[in-house]
Design a protein around this ligand. Sequence first.
Ligand SMILES: [Zn+2]
Length: 584
Amino acid sequence: MNQINQPIKYFLYARKSSEAEDRQAASIDAQKDELMKIAKDQGLHVLDVLEESQSAKKPGRKVFNSMLERIYKGEANGILCWKLDRLARNPVDGGQISWMLQQSAISQIVTFGRTYYPTDNVLMMQVELGMANQFIRDLSVNVKRCLQKKVRDGWMPSGAPIGYLNTPNKQKGYKTLERDPERFPLVRRLFDLALTGNYSMAQIWNISRKQLNLRTVPRRNIGGEHLSRSAIYAVLGNPFYYGWFEFPLHSGNWNKGAHEPMVTKEEFDRVQKIMGRSNQPRPRHEERMFAFTGLMKCATCGCSITAQAKVKRCKNGNVHHYVYYNCTKKRYDAGCTEKHVEVKLLHLQIGAILKDIRISEEYRDWAVRHVHEVRKTEAESDSIAIRTKHKECEEVTQQLQSLTLNFTAPSNKARTIIGDQEYQSLKSDLLRKKGLLEDELKIKNKAVEQWAELSEQTFDFACYAHLWYENGDEKTKRAILACLGSNLTISDKKIQLSYSSFFLSLIKARKAIEQEIENARTYKKPGHIQQKWHHVPLLSVRLDIAREIGTFWKTNKAHIWLPNIKQGFFGITRPTEAEMAKYK
Ligand SMILES: [Zn+2]
């Protein structure tokens, strides 16, 4: 069956899959173009052009198999392809090609580099096909090794949980997890809400949709959706958020992550308790009779503070109800000697704290106005900045495109214009630049939206919290105490806490602010004040505080939840004038 002297008919076979092993291969169209050129140059008769976009690592390609069948039938007796690895990357297909060549069913395989004949040393071809096969095997070993290294380095190899992003500008296999500037603070708010113990899962779910508008990262076809209730439940129970991850999933192998944790282990554990995930009894707020249980710790021994109600009947028939808070004293070895404290005393103390941060309605109105004015001017200058950044971003994208075009152009086939290394380094520079620009854009967009609202909430809280506290139910009282700061403890019957920084500023500046307002009130030329507000040195304190609070929310250093009176959280609204008048 020697067909060498007969004219050879060729199948042109072009193949590229989207899988890793074919990433370096030229596109199907490029393969076809180059091969047609070869056919023209060498005067080869191409019977049919076949293409396939499937990996060759396993046998079972349709187009390839039907091509071999047609060759067996005698339709053609030559194959034209870019490289042997286009034909086969597994020993089954490789063996078949090699056997057909030895049997002269195939008279020639013409590739870009060389031509294979039945008379060739079989070994050469086997070696080449074997290499294509080995390449696949190395690749999968490399992928595994790469994953293991990634896990050892502390990077969870799967997709980033909400609140985090896989760094997009890094090469595959070297991606790390970074905070998502847009979603990180929102997810943290969910934890904060859970930590107050005041919200059921359904309420947290509602807030995530209606108030935070938390959505998943939009991708090509999916994403951009609100989280489902069960997804939020999963987020609040995922140890990833305090810095650990399991890999492989369900293996029980826990690894310390290198990513920035969102919550501490203690916070996470507390949320699990509140959600009823551990064996601890679930503090359901419908059943809670006491405002502050589970919120505070004993300063002496670190145990939780709990509460109990006592009824005292006097001889004259009067009945007195008391509520006491006391250390659970679960650590017997600590020898805690803290005494119980009556709830009235706690209310007095919290009332005093709220008086300390209290600002006048006058200052509240002024500050809110000021903040929104600043926001407006900033939004204007920001929109210019955002437009400029957008343009820069587009330019980089264009540079990337033209770089790739130049690199893959036929004129650069010999890599004389742009070399491989040069291309890689130019490309990664541009990608890095693009990633940075995109991050900046995200942060800018976010900053414009939120800080003014949050500042307004801060002023509202400072102004009205004492009223809400006095008139609110147990649930409201509890939430207000939780807003004030963290590390709530009781020591010697006194509440202690680390204030949120802006409350500290308010406490420090309160006298000066009120003094300024008083001075302004008694100032003789009211029109003059409006104009020179910022220039009168005495009036600068209130401006400083408003700025300080604005900066705080802009930089979003902490994650603090405050009630929003516009949305009427737990019935909290701005008090009416009559209500306010009572307290003046
Ligand atoms: Zn104690």
